[in-house]
Design a protein around this ligand. Sequence first.
Ligand code: ADP
Length: 579
Amino acid sequence: MDVLGFVIRLWLAFPRPLGVTVGMVLLATLADVLMPLAAGRLVSDVAEPAVQSARLHHALWMVAALAGCGFGSVLAKRYAYLGITRLTTRVMQKIGTESFAHVQRLSTDWHANTFAGSTVRRLTRGMWAVDMLDDTLLLMLLPEFCLLVLTTLVLGWHWPAMGVMLGVLSALFVALSCMLTLRYVAPSAQAANAGDSKVGAALADAITCNAVVKAFGAETREEERLTHTLDQWRTATARMWIRGTDSANIQAAAVVVMRLSLAAAAVWLWCKGQAGPGDVAYVLTMTFLVQGYLREIGQQVSVVQRSVNEMEELLLLWRTPLTVADPAQPVSLHVAHGDIEFKHVTFQYPGQKTALFTDLSVRIAPGSRVGLVGPSGSGKSTFTKLLLRLYAQNSGHILIDGVDTASVRQSDLRRQIALVPQEPILFHRSLAENIAYGRPDATAEQIAQAARLANAADFIERLPDGYATLVGERGVKLSGGERQRVAIARAFLADARILVLDEATASLDSESEALVQEAMERLMQGRTVLIVAHRLATVVGLDRILVFEHGRIVEDAPHAELVQHEGGLYQRLYALQSL
Ligand code: ADP
């Protein structure tokens, strides 16, 4: 119901194609309903000798009506298809854009906990589910419903008893097909699909681990395993096919019974003198028509059920709330100095039992370089995430140049803080595009300049395609140090007053390390810098070091002072690392 409401709301966003589709479907159905009527009248006409010119005239009119209905139905169906093509493609596009926009804004947490592949699949499957749903609901079930109502009415108007009979028989038939498809065929299809996935998984597992299989000479063992899985698959698939056939046969038999009953009723009416040959012809043609329409109704209902399930997944995505929402009336932020202040900040991760930060206050002066150190899990990264507003604090304020970050648009805030993450992620686009990501309008000269400052120009210019080199998915074609220097070049171009560096934990070779270090030093010039440091060597030269422990800042001074602090955490950490 939820999904259907959602789909109907989407349809209503495009009233024109929706109107054309529904209107034309109704017209085509009406033409189909009139056809047996005209056929019946024609038979009545030809049952009499053709000597009376009025009869002949009428018969010719009926032939014309048949032609009109036939072509009218074809034409109306064509326009219905054109209408639904527009409707469906637009709805799919709308779903695609809006879901993507929502997914992009979902929290870092959500993205961290969700496989990208599965999100992509949910999105595209949801889009295609709309296609199936549109076709089945508008092009199949809607005309079927209208046809049943109309023929029942036409028949009931002539002979009320026959109308009731057709209504009841059709309802029984629809119920029977739905039950067969949903209760009998669908579960076996699910089992067969599960079997199919198992075979795929078993094959992939054994083939990826082929080296192990070889090393233990276990080929036969693996083959036996696969045979076992294939056995299950075979049983399940055979059951699905047989049930499909059973269901089709039962439905075909039901249709025969339905047709016979209506024909018998017509003959009975003829016996009582209430129906002529034309009426019998009408009833027979009409039952063929109804049967043609209803033949696949069970199948269609199951398609609707499946698409609804797939849409539900998408709807769930759509309904996932943004953990950090933008303010309704954002103020604009222009960071001129890079003055950062945390004021009584309390923050607790959703799902954690206790708060990580309680009443944390700290001020970072413009242009100062601050190292964040402390044991793993002490809250260093979270501190920078709060600054970037990837998470919202539960209480307290974070101010940049005196502006509360909660009052500005997140994209506005993040554009003005350059971030060099621990493991830079690159798009599968050219190096130039990757470097210019923070400033898409940068000229080639500016890009090259940023690369030079980041010590990246040398290796880039050595590549055969230079700045046009595609870097491979997530930048896999570059070494760790090179990726990092590209990220630094990116930060140079972004030219933000505030810089957040997350030091790479993975060790680079010493030459690469020196190049990265040098580029970082250059990048830090004249900015407020926060460095999440894993090696204390990095922070020795900084203006100030904040030492974190269990979400508290336990020490706050430059290196020279901290090493003097007997029994301090920094001194202990320093002693450990010096070893
Ligand atoms: P550090 O950067 O100092 O290693 P973090 O700031 O990453 O520490 O983590 C601080 C604490 O918060 C840790 O106890 C960690 O388990 C917890 N934490 C980090 N990220 C999340 C998250 N997304 N959800 C819940 N808890 C988290």
